[in-house]
Design a protein around this ligand. Structure first.
Ligand code: HEC
Length: 182
């Protein structure tokens, strides 16, 4: 194949890629959220203090609530699809906007998982803090958050052995291998 022909093939290929890229920009993600009662929100229900509330809204709420603030690059396909996936999955696992809908034992289980994820630095996701450097939590912020979440669990479980047992059972149902109860 001569050089001229190669160049032509390359040009046409690039053009096709460009056309596809522009074309898919019209496939928008759904950014609408259902209407939920504001008093079901985690921060409202638990009367979280301001410092805890700002950690949660700054580092968790984009994926774990209906109050997602979409970054500018969420306008770009296919990045938007990837973001949407994370948000949908995040909300499915844990939604602070509908906290009031969780049963006592569900809520306690979520709290336990939040404590674990924050302690182990699994959350917020690295792919998120990479673009949102202000969401990177400091040691003090992690401790503040863990302390508050732990205080909520103590409040719910103290002197209530039934709830405590239910919680154990819930964990078994979920087939957690390791079990680290207090
Ligand atoms: C970029 C989006 C994103 C952010 C920000 C984020 N999460 Fe998540 N979170 C996810 C996704 C996706 C999952 C489900 C998949 C997984 O566990 O990795 C998840 C799962 C979880 C789970 C459930 C784990 C389980 O096993 O069910 C907890 C608890 C959690 N996140 C807590 C938090 C907390 C607390 C914060 C803030 C400190 C946070 N997340 C920030 C996306 C996010």
């Amino acid at each position: 194949m001569n050089k001229k022909k190669m160049k032509k093939i390359l040009k046409v290929t690039l053009l096709i890629v460009l056309v596809i890229f522009v074309g898919i920009q019209f496939i928008r993600i759904d950014k609408t959220t259902p209407v939920v009662a504001p008093d079901k929100d985690f921060i409202v229900t638990t009367a979280a203090p301001d410092n805890v509330a700002s950690i949660l809204t700054g580092a968790c709420y984009d994926c774990h609530s209906f109050e997602t603030k979409y970054p500018w690059y969420s306008q770009i396909v296919p990045v938007s699809w990837w973001l949407k996936d994370h948000i949908d999955e995040g909300r499915e696992h844990l939604n602070f906007s509908t906290w009031g809908d969780y049963s006592a034992k569900e809520a306690d289980h979520k709290l336990e998982e939040c404590i674990e994820e924050v302690k182990e630095k699994e959350m917020p996701l690295n792919s998120y803090t990479w673009m949102h450097s202000d969401a990177k939590l400091t040691t003090v912020q992690r401790e503040t958050l863990v302390q508050f979440l732990t205080s909520l669990r103590k409040m719910k479980t103290s002197g209530d052995s039934k709830l405590h047992n239910d919680h154990k059972k819930y964990e078994e149902d979920e087939e957690h291998e390791e079990h680290d109860d207090d």
